[in-house]
Design a protein around this ligand. Sequence first.
Ligand SMILES: [Zn+2]
Length: 453
Amino acid sequence: MTLRNYIIIAALGSVLAVRAQEEPAAPVFRPPFDFPLILSGNFGELRSNHFHGGVDFKTQGEVGKPIHCIADGYVSRVLVTPGGYGQAIFITHPNGYTSVYGHVLKFASAVAKVVEEYQYRHETFAVDLKFEPHQVSFKAGEIIALSGNEGYSFGPHLHMEIRRTDTGELIDPLQFYTDKIKDTTPPRASMIMLYPQRGAGVVEGSQRKKSISVASLGQPVSAWGKIAAGISTYRFIVRGRRQPIEEYHPQVKHYLAWNKGNVVQEPGMELVIPRGMLYEDVALNCHVVKDTAAISYEYQLHDEPVALQAGCTLMIGVRHLPVEDTSKYYVARKWGKRKGSAGGIYENGWMKTSIRELGTYTVAIDTLSPRVTPLNKAQWKTGKVQFKIGDAETGIKDYKVKIDGEFALFGFSSKNAKLWMKHPERLKKGVAHKLELVVTDYCGNETKEEYEF
Ligand SMILES: [Zn+2]
């Protein structure tokens, strides 16, 4: 060995040694609950247009279970939203990870104090609050919140995430709890999928993909030509039946490649899909409904929903302006007869918005004010002040309640459209009150109601 080589090896050796020291030790996390962990959702499951970023733990069918901090750390962020996480708390740990706990019912009092102070000072229910590292800290095992069913949650559970603090990358929390979760059931497939290659194969007389339940695999499958299968290990019989296979002529004008940027243009429409937004190639089945009397044409961007990794810009030309105020226009997402708002702003004859899913879109108008229904007025004097609020077109954007001229904090759940008084104890007993409620939708339509009780 020459001296030169030796030096290089020595240098490499020391670099490796330094690296090994900097690599954080494998973190240790305790379970968030004192009762056995049972899962109701896994990391990475495909949801309607995203992958599940955490795990869901069952909470014995109830809300209000104490959530224990999984490691020492400080509160770095708190979210309160009508949908989504509902109420969520973020704990940043010195080991390089941040844990997130969603849909919680109640924060520990030290956290709740900071949040409420902010809500009253800014006269808002929804908050996204960053905490300073010195503000509120917890030791592993201390109670940080009570589990709930808040926000976009349909049953009591805890949604828990673990993220790398530096990059925000979501990691699978289960790897820290493999010894805590009892699972003695081997995985079992329920369906297999057969994919005839377009123009080259058929399954049961069709060139469309076909799913077959594993239970019915006793029956032979009739097929011919080139066929791919998405299966685990299963034995079943495919009976070849010689038959003509129709040639395949793709009718698609737009073929979207997953590994490129794509621009889709049709008369009065442009959709920009940057690289990295598609999970696979899409032969876009595009159809334009040219109703010349309508506010805009209607664009079917594919015949089934396709998820996009992040928002992509969609512009639709507005052909008629039956309402002068352009803030009343929005991009509508359509599912058959049903429609919902995809937001958007009007600019020089175009509606511009950002979409997370391919589907059918058009432009619509919202001039209807939100609906407000007071609930159980007889009980209001006790502090149980509640409303049901709703909006026919674009949805509730904001609301404000004042009692006797002062801001009153009301919670809102988009799940049941209910508004309720968060701190009934603040209501003075034995005197008459005047309540004012203002509700606005995403097109700025406003409903203002006054009540005495
Ligand atoms: Zn979840």
